[in-house]
Write a protein that binds this ligand. Structure first.
Ligand code: FES
Length: 163
């Protein structure tokens, strides 16, 4: 065997191996680009919709709210109030800059921690920079007897729900 032949035979596996590597690298690159294009295409074609939670809150059975109670539902940003004239719901979102207010049972007021606005139990502003009273929200009793609140619909003040 000549030196030239021997060299060719020794180099051949390495040359094929390098070629295979380049082919695999190329196929891998094409696969990555194709995958990226597929993901981008899916994102582009899927509807651009914001799925927000329902504004309807099921506040449970009315009898769990004793007469004279003010119950804060912090998760939904509302107060459920059982006054002498019936049930009603107020938004807990301050009308000044949107902070979450808090019920102060000792003082009997709804107070905003941000800039000091205060509201009475019917949502009327009594102090502070808030420009409007707290909104009254639509309430009704469901077919199952649950107290329901629609956080997206306001009603005029003093629309009590009598059960
Ligand atoms: S956000 Fe309530 S007083 Fe400013």
């Amino acid at each position: 065997m000549s030196d030239e032949t021997k060299t060719y035979k020794e180099e051949s596996p390495a040359r094929y191996s390098r070629r295979d590597s380049f082919v695999k690298l190329g196929l891998g690159s094409v696969a990555i680009v194709g995958g990226g294009a597929a993901v981008f295409g899916y994102e582009f074609l899927s509807p651009n919709v914001l799925y927000e939670p329902s504004p309807i809150t099921n506040a449970g059975k009315p009898d769990q709210y004793p007469q004279g109670s003010v119950t804060a539902d912090v998760k939904n940003g509302i107060y459920i109030i059982h006054g002498p004239e019936g049930f009603y719901a107020l938004t807990a979102i301050c009308t000044h800059l949107g902070c979450l207010t808090a019920w102060n049972s000792e003082l009997g007021i709804i107070a905003c921690p941000c800039h000091g606005s205060k509201f009475n139990v019917e949502g009327t502003k009594t102090d502070g920079p808030a420009p409007r009273p707290l909104a009254w929200l639509r309430t009704w009793i469901s077919d199952e007897g649950d107290l329901m609140v629609d956080r997206s619909t306001t009603v005029p003040a003093k629309q009590f729900l009598r059960t």
